[in-house]
Design a protein around this ligand. Structure first.
Ligand code: WQD
Length: 320
């Protein structure tokens, strides 16, 4: 009953691996370590390999008695995906096709897939429901749509799956031992932390949006809640549940200014910042309707933005 976790040494993957291990489940991590960090999953069975390496994947499945997979392994930098599209199509999409082939060849018939709210692009209305039109605005988002579609067709060949569309993942582990490094991420929460710690001002991208305080609104979801969503998705599949695609968010929209405020409260320090122009392509407000995850997976976010920011601060201020 071992779970294969591809990309399990990454930011979200490693939090999920720890959640599984904490529940006494058997796990094997498969990661190239190109971007992952082995020390995040110390003590967990580990295979250094690419998802496209069929022999390595099949060997890992057989050796560890794998019956299900959680598939995180992917490139995820939106800007980079526009400059290096083939790297993204190849690693994310061709890699996933190869992985699915290897899983089916070894009798693994369940997968949880790491998708993204980026598949919606700029949504027509919020909160966003899963039936909103898919309008990917980057190669990165294109690859997530393509893999969702791949998985949606794989029922015919015996693979059931849950695709989880994450909203804005943020925060760190309770023991402040793993978190999201600002060197590896341009995302808001690590940027805010970097500004506090280094004193270098961060840029707020736009202060003139049609939102209550003029800054963009997003749905920040604690990485530990995200980890729990994966466990719930695995359980859904283990109990015979059908292939589904679910938003994973809190349903609450929070502005950039509110994130900064909470970071100042958590750290007791000022966030040095300048308000600059809008970032091209940023929608003014995106947040989830998380009803489907609640009704189908029995999952709901338990932590709020204060928990997210406080945990990120504990991690960044403890020397990372
Ligand atoms: C959040 C808000 C910025 C940095 C991206 C991807 C998406 C998903 C998550 C993977 C926005 C503002 C940010 C900064 C700022 N990734 N901001 N100054 O753009 O909502 O989503 O990451 O699936 O696909 O597009 O996240 O953290 O970059 O930005 O003002 O230095 O913070 O404008 O409003 P985003 P983000």
């Amino acid at each position: 009953m071992t779970v294969l976790v591809t990309g399990g040494a990454g930011y979200i993957g490693s939090h999920t691996v720890r959640a599984l291990v904490a529940q006494g489940r058997d796990v094997v991590v498969l990661d190239t370590l190109e971007l992952g960090d082995r020390s995040r999953v110390d003590g967990v069975p580990f295979v250094k390999a690419d998802i496209a390496d069929g022999r390595a994947v099949e060997r890992a499945v057989r050796r560890h008695g794998v019956t299900s997979a959680i598939h995180f392994a992917a490139y995820k930098a939106v800007g980079e995906s526009m400059e290096q599209p083939l790297r993204y199509w190849s690693n994310n999409v061709a890699g996933s096709v190869a992985l699915v082939r290897s899983l089916l060849a070894t009798g693994v018939d369940r997968m949880v897939f790491s998708s993204s709210a980026a598949v919606y692009g700029t949504p027509e209305r919020v909160p966003v429901t899963e039936d909103a039109p898919l309008r990917p605005e980057s190669v990165y988002a294109d690859t997530k749509v393509a893999i969702e579609r791949l998985l949606a067709t794989c029922g015919a060949v015996g693979l059931r799956s849950v695709s989880l569309r994450y909203f804005n993942a943020a925060g760190a582990s309770d023991d402040a031992s793993i978190g999201e490094d600002w060197d590896a991420s341009q995302n808001l929460v690590p940027r805010v932390m970097k500004a506090i710690v280094t004193g270098e001002p961060m840029q707020v991208f736009g202060g003139d949006y049609p939102t209550p305080d003029g800054t963009c609104v997003r749905d920040y979801i604690h990485v530990l809640d995200l980890a729990e969503a994966h466990v719930a998705a695995l359980d859904h599949l283990a109990s015979g549940g059908a292939t589904v695609t679910c938003n994973v968010g809190t349903g609450i929209g929070t502005s950039v200014a509110q994130v900064i405020d909470l970071a100042e409260q958590a750290s007791g320090r000022r966030v040095p910042r300048t308000v600059g122009p809008r970032r091209p392509g940023d929608p003014s407000a995106v947040y989830a309707d998380p009803t489907m995850a609640r009704t189908l997976l029995g999952w709901t976010a338990r932590r709020d933005l204060r928990d997210i920011v406080a945990s990120a601060w504990r991690w960044h201020s403890s020397g990372r």
